[in-house]
Write a protein that binds this ligand. Structure first.
Ligand code: ADP
Length: 184
């Protein structure tokens, strides 16, 4: 059977767990033999959207470009996993409208938890004023109102979050149903 493409869009604060869940989902999909591609916000900003900053306009442009590429891939049968803070609801919704096959995953952890994790040391720097316009500190994050999947990473394990995403994709027919989830 021909694989149906889809864009799976992980949104949430820095440190919420987007990359971690994305990697676990990616591994599982690859294990099932699916065509998968990844657009990671941090990496995209070094190439596709190099030079863009963190004003609202630049963040929106960043997201639109990621959305454009994700659409090209997903309409050709690829499962595209996007992890990007993508703080603006309207811009995410715009990308969803353009893309069609689109699953929004809200990776939700309270700011205090993200800050405590401080995976990349960025919150510390933002609090010290070394980084401006940092989402959650001095820049907004507009949480999804109706995400397809919500992963509350302060309450659930990585395995639980990953299964939530995979189960949703199975239910919608984007990925074949597995007997058991092997990689987590
Ligand atoms: P982001 O990509 O959203 O900036 P990361 O994935 O880089 O976030 O970091 C999230 C951190 O939270 C990691 O250190 C990860 O181990 C931890 N974590 C704890 N519980 C979970 C969970 N249920 N899902 C994802 N990450 C979790």
């Amino acid at each position: 059977m021909e694989q149906r493409g889809v864009t799976v869009w992980f949104t949430g604060l820095s440190g919420a767990g987007k990359t971690t869940i994305r990697m676990a989902v990616e591994q599982e999909l690859r294990d099932r033999g699916l065509k998968v591609e990844v657009l990671d916000g941090d990496i995209v900003r070094q190439y596709l959207t190099k030079g863009l900053g963190f004003s609202k306009e630049d963040r929106d442009e960043n997201i639109r470009r990621i959305g454009f590429v994700a659409h090209l891939l997903s309409r050709n049968g690829v499962v595209v996993l996007v992890s990007a803070i993508s703080p603006y609801r309207a811009t995410r919704d715009e990308v969803r409208q353009r893309t069609g096959d689109f699953v929004e995953v809200y990776v939700n952890a309270p700011l205090a938890i993200c800050e405590q994790r401080d995976v990349k040391g960025l919150y510390k720097r933002a609090r010290a004023g070394e980084i401006k316009q940092f989402t959650g500190i001095d820049d907004p994050y507009e949480a999804p109102l109706n995400a397809d999947v919500e992963c509350k990473t302060d309450e659930e394990s990585l395995a639980e979050s990953t299964v939530k995403v995979l189960t949703h994709l199975e239910r919608l027919g984007y990925v074949p149903i597995a007997e058991a989830i092997a990689s987590i």
